[in-house]
Design a protein. Structure first.
Ligand code: FAD
Length: 106
């Protein structure tokens, strides 16, 4: 349904942007909060089949919250797993900052 798509776009925007601005060297508290945010998604995300699929993906590939670059890549890979499942094109994870932080170079 349309709201699963709108919810998805809004959530990916929030998650990728938050990862793009996460510190290079997060404090222990920032890591704990980021882990809490990500681990809450399989429990609370209001599309239940999406939530359980994400939970399976996160079991196979636990979140890497050690820094901005690794978190952004981890999230890009999880999003690509969903893209693949839905038959969408895979996103080039080298372009994560361009899309979610810096904007296109000109
Ligand atoms: P979206 O996939 O929403 O992407 C938005 C924008 O992000 C794109 O336009 C592109 O610029 C950028 N982008 C695309 N891929 C990446 C990437 N890998 N890394 C960084 N940026 C990228 N829908 C279902 O039908 N079934 C599901 O099981 C399902 N699970 C989901 C799980 C989660 C955690 C979330 C947040 C969403 C889920 N969705 C699911 C929704 C789905 O992923 C899409 O959000 C929705 O189909 C709308 O797709 P879209 O083509 O507009 O772009």
């Amino acid at each position: 349904p349309a709201d699963v798509e709108q919810l998805g776009r809004a959530t990916w925007t929030f998650l990728h942007t938050t990862a793009a601005y996460y510190p290079e060297r997060p404090s222990p508290a920032q890591r704990t909060h980021m882990l809490g945010l990500l681990n809450s998604l399989p429990v609370l995300y209001p599309c239940s089949h999406c939530a359980s699929h994400l939970g399976e993906c996160m079991k196979a590939n636990p979140p890497d919250v050690t820094g901005r670059g690794s978190l952004s890549r981890w999230l890009c890979e999880r999003h690509n797993e969903v893209n693949e499942m839905l038959g969408k094109e895979k996103f080039d994870c080298a372009k994560t900052d361009e899309r979610w932080k810096d904007g296109p170079a000109d």
